[in-house]
Design a protein around this ligand. Structure first.
Ligand code: 6PG
Length: 245
């Protein structure tokens, strides 16, 4: 049974369409339970979307005091490093929205190892949600990108993390620099009410076809983890990335 939708959008419209969908999902969650737990994607794709969320008219369409921001993954670098996903979000969103510091729940990359950071994030998320296990965790919106090798967040092909069942957050190694990463686990990422993949560019067309149309294994293509998602998955794809679909 298909558990996902595909929206193929002209390149110039992708960011505004996704930004509006995120605003709507945030407000649905706030209306339903007074809060929205939003997992942010890293990489280059979402920057334009975060900027749209941080500016009129959308910035005033959300009560940011009722939004808690989490990171799907980060590079294990300092927060002021240009490779940092935290820095990406700080520059494109955080600096322009009125959100309580306590609602910004990012990986702490000041530990001496990524493993210590992942363990601390695991424990902090358990405390924030007042839960004891990853199976009780449920985000409201999870944003994700995909790499040309089929990774998503920092879950890379043939990684042991693909079968991780207990942890909320893990250390990871990327084949491309920065190699040291921290990431939410598959269960944490995909146990979310709304999962939005955001994919743009001709360079993603081949891998996207393999993700959505091949029978290849999730070990080879971790982004195929979407097939096990417990929430509603929407692929927001620009017409260049979607040319083989
Ligand atoms: C990261 C991301 C990663 C990203 C994809 C796509 O830290 O790089 O979490 O999963 O979403 O690699 O990246 P682009 O948007 O830069 O193509």
């Amino acid at each position: 049974m298909k558990n996902y939708n595909i929206e193929i959008i002209t390149p110039i419209k992708l960011a505004p369409v996704v930004a509006d969908e995120i605003v709507a999902a945030i407000n649905d969650s706030i209306e339903e339970k007074g809060i929205c737990n939003l997992v942010l994607a890293g990489g280059k794709t979402p920057g334009g979307i975060y900027r749209l969320l941080s500016k009129p008219p959308r910035v005033s369409q959300v009560d940011w005091s009722k939004v808690r921001l989490f990171w799907g993954d980060d590079r294990y670098v300092s927060k002021d490093d240009n490779a940092s996903n935290y820095k990406l979000v700080k520059e494109t969103l955080l600096s322009d929205i009125n959100i309580p510091e306590a609602n910004i729940i990012a990986f702490d990359t000041s530990f001496s190892t990524s493993q210590e950071s992942a363990t601390e994030y695991h424990n902090r998320i358990k405390k924030v949600f007042n839960i004891n296990s990853v199976d009780e965790l449920r985000f409201d919106v999870t944003l994700l990108g995909i790499g040309e090798d089929g990774h998503t967040a920092s879950i890379f092909p043939n990684s042991t993390l693909i079968n991780e069942n207990e942890k909320i957050a893990c250390a990871s190694i990327s084949p491309a620099a920065p190699k040291d990463r921290v990431t939410l686990s598959p269960k944490a990422l995909f146990n979310s009410k709304n999962i939005y993949f955001i994919v743009k560019g001709d360079n993603k067309a081949k891998i996207l076809d393999r993700i959505l149309n091949s029978e290849e294994s999730v070990q080879t293509i971790p982004a195929k983890l979407y097939e096990k998602a417990s929430g509603k998955v929407t692929w927001f794809i620009d017409s260049e990335a979607g040319k083989f679909l």
